[in-house]
Ligand binder design. Structure first.
Ligand code: G6P
Ligand code: ZN
Length: 541
C-alpha cells in the first residue's frame, strides 16, 4: 500500500526561497508529505526522473530526507542522488543538478534561520537548470497543496544515508554521494589553487567561520586540505542539528565572534563566514568590514584576475535594494547591468540567457553562472584569488576601489517580528502618499522621485509587481523599504539606506554617520519609530 489519503493544509505557500515554517509545523502528520507530493504533482510527476536531495544538516533534515526518498520511490522516480548524511550545501546541490543533468532537486533548509525543534525548517524545489523554481512552479505547487487528496509513500525501512554507493528502494536507485567532492572539484576549475597554496605557504592568515552549519566540511576540504591553510583555520566547522545554538546568518550582528576577532588586535589578514545552507557570505579584512554591495562591486572590478573569468564578464545583475556600487563598475567596464527584485530566482533567466555572469544582493549573497544559486565559499575564494593576484590587503583594495569609483555608503536596518497588520498598514499608508512626496524637503534633503518597484523580466516578459518602495533624494541618496519574504514570525521591515560620495574627500566616514540625514528623513517621511514603538532596529548590516 503506497497510497495515503490526506486533506489540504492551509498556508503551504512558498516564499522568497521555498516553504519555511517552524520545525514542529513541518513535523505534524502529513505536513511534509502534502507539500512534497504537491511539488511532485506540480512538476508533472517524477516517474522515470532523477532528482538531487540534500540539506544543511539542521534538525529533522535526515527524517525528512527518508520520507522524501520513500515518496519518490512510490511515485516512480528512477534515481535519487543524495548527499551523504542528507547533507548538501545549496550551491553544491545546484552544481549536482547541473553536472548530473538531473531533472531537479529538493533542498532541505531554512537558510540563515536558526535550526532545532523550536526553530525553523524549510523545503525548496530547484529546477533542472540548478536554480530555485520560478514563480510559475511555486504557485502551481501552492495551488496543488489546496486540492491534494492523497500522497504516495513506500512502506519500507529507512534507507542507509551514511554509506556512499548505490542501493535500491523499491524499484528506485538511491545513490549516496560524498557531498563535498564534486563541489570542491568545481572550485578547482575556477580558481588558481596553485597561487592560493603559495599565499598560505607564505604565512597568510585566514579565519573561516562556518557557524556550525553546512559549509564546515566543504571549507575544511578546500582551505585546509587542498590549499594548505593551517588546521583550525575553519571554526565552528562541524554541522550540528541546532547549529550549536548559533544563528547562522553571516552578518555583523550574528557573526559577532568573527567580527570581534577581525576588529581586534592581532586579527588575521582575512575573515569570512557563511550561512546555514552555505549560499551567503560575509567578507572581512583585519579591521575592515566589506558590505555585500561593495563586495559585489569589487568582484566585478577584479573578476578578470580570476582564471574562471579571465575573458571578462558577460554582464552584472543586482537586486533593487542592493547599492549602485556595482553599476559604477559596470559602466566603467562597458558591461550590461540589470536591476531585479529581491530573490536569487530572478537572476536565473539572465544567466541562462548568457546575459550576466556575476550577480549579487545586499543580503550577503554573491554568485556567478558556475551554478544557479548564490555561493558563499565561491565568494570567499573570489576574494582570496583577488587578494593573491593584487598582493594588497582587504583595506587597501577597498580604499583603492572607493578612490576610483566613489563610495556608495550603505546600510540596512531591520525591524523584526513586527505585528503583520501594523507593518502592512504603515506601508499601505506610504503607498497612498507616494505620489505626493516629490519636492518634499526634509532634514536638508529634497525628494526627487518615489515609486513602488516592479520588474519585467527581459527574457520571458514575466512581470513582478509590488517589489519595494523607493524614495530617491536629489544628489543620488535613497531609501528603500520592503517587507521580508523569508521570515516565519510576524513581519520584518527592511530599510535600505544609501548615499553616494564621489570623493576624493569624504570616503572614509562611518556609514551610520554618513547616512544619518537619510535615516532622519526616513523617520520623518514614514514614521517607523512612531508607529511601531521601536526605538532602534534589531539588526544593522
Ligand atoms: C534569501 C534569498 C535571497 C534574498 C534573501 C532576502 O536568502 O535566497 O535571494 O535576497 O532571502 O530575502 P528577504 O525577503 O528576507 O529580504
Ligand atoms: Zn542561505
Amino acid at each position: 500500500m503506497t497510497r495515503h489519503a490526506t486533506q489540504p493544509i492551509d498556508g503551504q505557500k512558498p516564499g522568497t526561497s521555498g516553504l519555511r515554517k517552524k520545525t514542529r509545523v513541518f513535523m505534524q502528520p502529513n505536513y511534509l508529505e502534502n507539500f512534497v507530493q504537491s511539488t511532485f504533482d506540480a512538476i508533472g510527476g517524477v516517474r522515470g526522473k532523477t532528482l538531487v536531495l540534500g540539506g544543511d544538516g539542521r534538525y529533522f533534515g535526515r527524517e525528512a530526507a527518508s520520507t522524501i526518498l520513500k515518496m519518490a520511490a512510490a511515485n516512480g522516480a528512477a534515481r535519487m542522488i543524495v548527499g551523504q548524511g542528507a547533507w548538501l550545501s545549496t550551491p553544491a546541490a545546484s552544481n549536482l543538478i547541473r553536472q548530473r543533468q538531473a531533472n531537479g532537486g529538493i533542498i532541505l533548509s531554512a537558510s540563515h534561520n536558526p535550526g532545532g525543534p523550536d526553530e525553523d525548517f524549510g523545503v525548496k524545489y530547484n529546477s533542472s537548470n540548478g536554480g530555485p523554481a520560478p514563480e510559475s512552479i511555486t504557485s502551481a505547487i501552492h495551488k496543488r497543496t489546496q486540492e491534494i487528496t492523497e500522497y504516495h509513500l513506500l512502506d519500507a525501512a529507512d534507507p542507509d544515508l551514511d554509506s556512499v554507493g548505490e542501493t535500491k528502494l523499491g524499484e528506485m536507485t538511491v545513490e549516496v554521494v560524498d557531498p563535498v567532492t564534486a563541489y570542491a572539484d568545481l572550485m578547482e576549475t575556477i580558481f588558481d589553487f596553485n597561487a592560493l597554496r603559495d599565499v598560505f605557504k607564505a604565512g597568510f592568515r585566514m579565519r573561516m567561520d562556518s557557524m556550525c552549519a553546512i559549509t564546515g566540511p566543504y571549507a575544511v576540504e578546500i582551505f585546509e586540505n587542498r590549499l594548505g591553510a593551517p588546521a583550525g583555520t575553519v571554526t565552528h566547522g562541524t554541522p550540528l542539528p541546532d547549529f550549536g545554538g548559533m544563528h547562522p546568518d553571516p552578518n555583523p550582528t550574528w557573526a559577532h565572534e568573527l567580527m570581534d576577532e577581525m576588529m581586534g588586535a592581532n586579527a588575521p589578514d582575512f575573515g569570512a563566514a557563511s550561512d546555514g545552507d552555505g549560499d551567503r557570505n560575509m567578507i572581512l579584512g583585519a579591521g575592515t568590514y566589506v558590505s555585500p554591495s561593495d563586495s559585489l562591486a569589487v568582484l566585478a572590478a577584479n573578476a578578470h584576475l580570476v582564471p574562471g573569468y579571465k575573458d571578462g564578464l558577460k554582464g552584472v545583475a543586482r537586486s533593487m535594494p542592493t547599492s549602485a556600487a556595482a553599476d559604477r563598475v559596470a559602466e566603467a567596464l562597458g558591461l550590461d547591468c540589470y536591476e531585479t527584485p529581491t530573490g536569487w530566482k530572478f537572476f536565473g533567466n539572465l544567466m541562462d540567457a548568457g546575459r550576466v555572469s556575476l550577480c549579487g544582493e545586499e543580503s550577503f549573497g554573491t554568485g556567478s553562472d558556475h551554478v544557479r544559486e548564490k555561493d558563499g565559499l565561491w565568494a570567499v575564494l573570489m576574494w582570496l584569488n583577488i587578494l593573491a593576484a593584487r598582493k594588497m590587503s582587504v583595506a587597501e583594495i577597498m580604499a583603492d576601489h572607493f578612490a576610483r569609483y566613489g563610495r556608495n555608503y550603505y546600510s540596512r536596518h531591520d525591524y523584526e517580528a513586527l505585528p503583520t497588520e501594523q507593518a502592512e498598514a504603515m506601508l499601505d499608508d506610504l503607498r497612498g502618499r507616494l505620489g505626493e512626496l516629490k519636492g518634499t524637503q526634509v532634514e536638508g534633503l529634497t525628494v526627487e522621485s518615489s515609486d513602488e518597484f516592479s520588474y519585467t523580466d527581459p527574457v520571458d516578459g514575466s512581470v513582478a509587481e509590488g517589489q519595494g518602495f523607493r524614495i530617491l533624494f536629489e544628489g543620488g541618496s535613497r531609501v528603500v523599504l520592503r517587507l521580508s519574504g523569508t521570515g516565519t514570525e510576524g513581519a520584518t521591515l527592511r530599510v535600505y539606506l544609501e548615499r553616494y560620495a564621489p570623493g576624493p574627500d569624504g570616503l572614509d566616514h562611518d556609514p551610520q554617520e554618513a547616512l544619518a540625514p537619510i535615516i532622519r528623513a526616513t523617520e520623518a517621511l514614514v514614521g517607523i519609530r512612531e508607529r511601531t514603538g521601536r526605538e532602534r532596529p534589531d539588526v544593522i548590516t
